[in-house]
Design a protein around this ligand. Structure first.
Ligand code: AKG
Ligand code: FE2
Length: 279
């Protein structure tokens, strides 16, 4: 038997909350602390704001095709597979384009960042964007996945890339705590494009066995075959906040209806008194 097959994924229990309304900082903090695995808030921001952000993304002068092995278009910067110097330089360059997505809107990303910053400050904890001598992270990046087949974004975890980010990144400290992933959805196709979450939180040994030690991407269908999963059916204006240590992916889309657009960012405790936020 090939060594890749020898590791059987352990089933990790998940705790999920799904509801309509506005997100609150107490539930964001429960994800940050690892008490809640996933939080899906439906109709969390207005369709008017969602449509404006989508229009701005489509017309953005900063819109690019990813060239790091993950099919998709984006505005913003990703630390994935980059050293700190290139990531922060990219973030600085992309900042005007990220800001232009929000124009003069009161958008959900900056609103939540501000509310969480105030709430954590009251508890003696600082929340700030990750930074280095080369620059600082942006509040989010915008992504439109273009993988074809079963998944438009293949199953992955968000922790490997943080764990292996390197010593020059202050954010690598977060890998030992919950890496929380915020996803805001300005546009969602009629069918498909679900966020799928598997009941499995890979260890370093699991990742090594699957050949994804430094990337956490992609996990094969065979590896996940016997792991229970659940789908979040999303609509424009929804927010999904997950523990990025659990394997997750985005299901494929049928037809050529509306595009799927996500605003994504990561955050987590680097120290008991410091929460970092990056993309
Ligand atoms: O698009 C989504 O719903 C999830 C995005 C994601 O998992 C990521 O950017 O790491
Ligand atoms: Fe992810």
């Amino acid at each position: 038997m090939p060594s890749q097959m020898s590791q059987v994924p352990a089933i990790s229990p998940v705790s999920i909350r799904e509801r309509i309304g506005s997100i609150n900082t107490a539930e964001i903090i429960s994800v940050l602390k690892g008490e809640l695995t996933a939080l899906h808030i439906k109709q969390a921001f207005s369709t008017e704001v969602a449509e404006k952000i989508t229009t701005n993304f489509v017309g953005s002068a900063g819109l690019k095709e990813r060239n790091d092995g993950v099919p998709g278009q984006y505005v913003g910067a990703s630390h994935y597979r980059k050293d700190a110097a290139s990531y922060f330089a990219d973030a600085e360059k992309a900042r005007p384009h990220v800001e232009a997505l929000f124009e003069n809107l009161v958008d959900p990303v900056r609103a939540i960042f501000g509310a969480l910053k105030r709430e954590l400050h009251n508890k003696g904890i600082e929340l700030r964007l990750a930074r280095s001598e080369h620059g600082r992270a942006n509040v989010c990046r915008a992504l439109s996945w273009s993988g074809t087949g079963t998944f438009s974004l293949a199953p992955h975890d968000d922790v490997a890339q943080v764990l292996c980010a390197g010593n020059d990144y202050e954010l690598s400290a977060v890998a030992h705590n919950t890496v929380a992933a915020f996803n805001f959805y300005p546009s969602i196709p009629e069918e498909g494009g679900n966020l799928r979450l598997w009941s499995h939180k890979p260890t370093v040994i699991d990742r090594k066995s699957q050949g994804v030690e430094t990337t956490g991407y992609p996990y094969s269908a065979a590896y996940l075959e016997d792991v229970p999963c659940r789908d979040f059916q999303l609509k424009a204006g929804d927010i999904a906040l997950i523990d990025g240590g659990f394997v997750h992916g985005v299901t494929g889309r049928s037809g050529d209806g509306k595009r799927r657009l996500v605003l994504n960012c990561f955050f987590g405790f680097a120290r008991p008194d410091l929460v970092l936020w990056w993309t």
